[in-house]
Design a binder for this molecule. Structure first.
Ligand code: PMP
Length: 427
């Protein structure tokens, strides 16, 4: 039995079934945008551990910062004996996040936890219970984050009841026939039929939906949400867990917009591979919860904070914002070429900067989602040495989350495999 097959057998016997896998190849080591499995096979990594590795696997500067902190101390708990890396990271993010006026930060360990805390903070500040989220959104797997998530299968099945006072409106998506007016109409209906605006604490929205398929919120929609917030005293929470940290060509995707969120959730690439997440927000809002109301044993672990400080430096030193834009152009150009071959069945190409996804449709159809083809493409690509992830409300999109530190040669090699794998799947 091969090493991968043996590990899969042990995994099946020892690990809960509910944790899904994009592949049954087991990781052994990785460098920048390449990863090797336990049998020595090399893969180009277009997944980055689901958008966690914008600065690549084991960036030397991030590794050095981690090592330095490991040699000092690994854990003290910020609530027991606080430490400088947490404070320095908060200072840097407060200065750089697109928040109006003075900002403050809180660190936790996972994206879901960041979302939970953003809702707690919004409720404490407004004294209101309601939260409005959007179809196709993904906010994590804890109970409130799941309640906010706007996709039932596979995330929500069997786990209810979820926390109350959570409502959904449609996320605008012109390709699917949902205009900005339709989405705003949904909100007006909620206000009329389900919850009065004076009881709504916050809207929670991804400026670019991640798991939902890299659908970009139209600027006029975020402007309209901001206007509703200002009119009714509601807070705007931007979930930037997947869209953050240079992926879209800006440090935060919200910088592409001329409106400001009150709170921003961050995670994934902020920690360069270590579990770190946080909420950054208007100081006055962030200070609403009582002392002791926020925190957690591991939140803002010193090693993770040290890694995050190095990640910010790498983004600056290597000008990863410009690099993200260039990578995005390259991916878009290649996918655009493939789109012109009708038999390949590429529908909409979506995204911002290097956060690019393309939908697969049944060839010859106007826009019938083809999730089987997306699954087959990811499987075929893995056989050919490329790790690809699917996404989308209909699970029919392929997303590219290649490290922004990828060398041109490897990016082109990966894109070549992606094209060959798609041709093979459609032959
Ligand atoms: N929000 C968004 C936008 C995400 O993409 C994710 C993870 N895919 C989460 C929240 C949850 O993050 P985590 O898995 O770290 O809990």
């Amino acid at each position: 039995m091969s090493r991968n097959a043996d590990l899969q057998r042990r995994r099946d016997a020892a690990v809960a079934r509910g944790v899904g896998h994009a592949s049954q190849r087991y990781a052994a080591r990785a460098t920048n945008s390449e990863i090797w499995d336990v049998e020595g096979r090399r893969y180009i990594d277009f997944a980055g551990g689901i958008g966690v590795l914008n600065t690549g696997h084991r960036h030397p500067q991030v590794q050095a910062a981690i090592q330095k902190q490991l040699d000092a101390f690994v854990h003290s708990c910020f609530q027991v004996m606080p430490y400088e890396p947490y404070i320095e990271l908060a200072e840097q993010l407060n200065a750089r996040a697109p928040i109006a006026g003075a900002a403050k930060s809180l660190f936790v360990s996972t994206g879901a936890e960041a979302v939970e805390n953003a809702v707690k903070i919004a409720r404490a500040y407004t004294g209101r219970p309601g939260v409005i989220a959007f179809s196709g959104g993904f906010h994590g797997r804890t109970m409130m984050a799941l309640a906010l998530t706007g996709k039932v299968a596979p995330y929500k099945i069997g786990f209810g009841p979820f926390p109350a006072e959570v409502h959904h409106a449609r996320f605008p998506h012109s390709w699917r026939g949902v205009g900005v007016d339709d989405a705003l109409d949904d909100i007006e209906r909620l206000f009329k039929h389900d919850i009065e605006p004076a009881r709504v604490a916050a809207f929670v929205i991804e400026p670019v939906q991640g798991e939902g398929g890299f659908t970009v919120a139209p600027p006029e929609f975020l402007r309209a949400l901001r206007a509703l917030c200002d009119e009714h005293g509601i807070l705007l929470i931007a979930d930037e867990v997947q869209s953050g940290f240079a992926r879209t060509g800006k440090l935060f995707a919200m910088e592409h917009y001329d409106v400001r969120a009150d709170l921003i959730t961050v995670a994934k690439s902020i920690g360069g591979g270590l579990p770190l997440a946080g909420v950054i927000g208007r100081a006055e809002v962030m200070d609403a919860p009582n002392v002791g109301g926020l925190g957690g044993t591991y939140g803002g672990n010193p090693v993770a904070c040290a890694a995050a400080l190095a990640v910010l430096q790498v983004i600056d030193n290597e000008d990863l914002l410009t690099r993200a834009t260039r990578i995005g152009e390259r991916v878009r150009a290649l996918v655009g070429e493939l789109q012109s071959e009708p038999r390949l069945g590429i529908g909409e190409i979506r995204g911002l900067g290097a956060m690019i996804a393309f939908a697969l449709k049944v060839p010859g159809s106007v826009n019938t989602p083809d999730p089987d083809a997306a699954k087959a493409l990811a499987a075929r690509a893995a056989e050919m040495g490329l790790i690809l992830l699917t996404c989308g409300v209909h699970s029919n999109a392929i997303r590219v989350l290649v490290p922004l530190t990828v060398e041109d040669k490897i990016l082109d090699e990966g894109l070549g495999i992606m094209a060959d794998a798609l041709r093979a799947v459609r032959s």
